[in-house]
Design a protein. Structure first.
Length: 265
């Protein structure tokens, strides 16, 4: 794996966010991993809302086209609401829209509800050591191999089938800015298709066209886990569903639609 001189996934340049090679995805050397723009948009929406009592409860991001490894601009509008607030975001490269998102914020207030404490289904990250490796996925500086530390919790990524893993961002999403807990959860949630692949990457592409993350609470540490399962129909339409955990238990779910195509040649 090549080394990188970059120390963040994006750098602010006026109104633009300039991605580094730490944002690169697996499908093209010129396109970003979906977790990079998802985390960027989640953080941008949180900054717009500016109220720590309003928590990001859902982020839906539609990937209109591959997000290029090139300067990007975020535009956003925020609705009104004291307890429920919606932010609509657009990510563009020049005049071309590459992604759209809706971030829904809910105000959390103590309702006197006793938490349901269930046993954690995964071993903690300190007990997991197998790295994230997918056959046919080139080991270059990238979001999935470099920006994120990944430890397999059950299953495997060197073979097909359901799997679970712990994820920890090793670099800031935006240089000089704090990575929020919601951003960590969103960044990890886009890994479901690479974690639970059932088709060989040498023969098929299985790109997600979107990502929806629901969070009933935010992670309480740097580590976020996904327990993911992929299904694909003969017509090339697929779905990945991931349960999202922190070290205390379940914090949400994530889903990705897949556009599956056989490689040509």
């Amino acid at each position: 794996m090549s080394e990188t001189a970059a120390d963040s996934v994006f750098i602010r340049d006026g109104d633009l966010f300039v991605p580094s090679e730490l944002g690169r995805g697996p499908w093209s050397p010129d396109a970003l991993h979906g977790g990079a723009p998802a985390a960027l948009l989640a953080g941008y929406a949180e900054q717009m809302v500016g109220d720590p009592e309003l928590l990001l409860a859902r982020l839906t991001m539609e990937l209109v086209r591959p997000v290029p490894l090139a300067p990007l601009e975020v535009t956003a509008t925020m609705g009104q609401g004291r307890s429920v607030r919606r932010v609509e975001l657009t990510l563009s490269h020049g005049d071309t829209v590459v992604a759209r998102a809706i971030a829904l914020f809910l105000k959390g207030e103590d309702q006197g509800i006793e938490p349901r404490l269930e046993g954690h289904p995964l071993s903690g990250p300190e007990r997991c050591h197998e790295p994230f490796l997918v056959p046919g996925m080139e080991q270059v500086t990238s979001f999935h191999y470099t920006a994120m530390e990944v430890r397999i919790a059950h299953g495997q990524t060197v073979g097909p089938g359901p799997a679970a893993a712990w994820f920890r961002l090793k670099y800031p999403v935006v240089a000089g800015e704090t990575v929020s807990s919601a951003m960590r959860a969103v960044a990890a949630s886009d890994f479901g298709n690479g974690l639970s692949w059932i088709l060989p990457i040498e023969e098929y592409t299985f790109v997600n066209t979107d990502l929806t993350v629901y969070l009933n609470r935010h992670p309480r540490s740097e580590w976020v886990a996904l327990d993911s399962r992929m299904t694909v129909e003969p017509n090339g339409i697929g779905l990945v569903r991931s349960d999202v955990y922190d070290e205390q238990g379940l914090i949400g779910v994530a889903q990705q639609n897949l556009f599956v195509r056989a490689r040509q040649g």
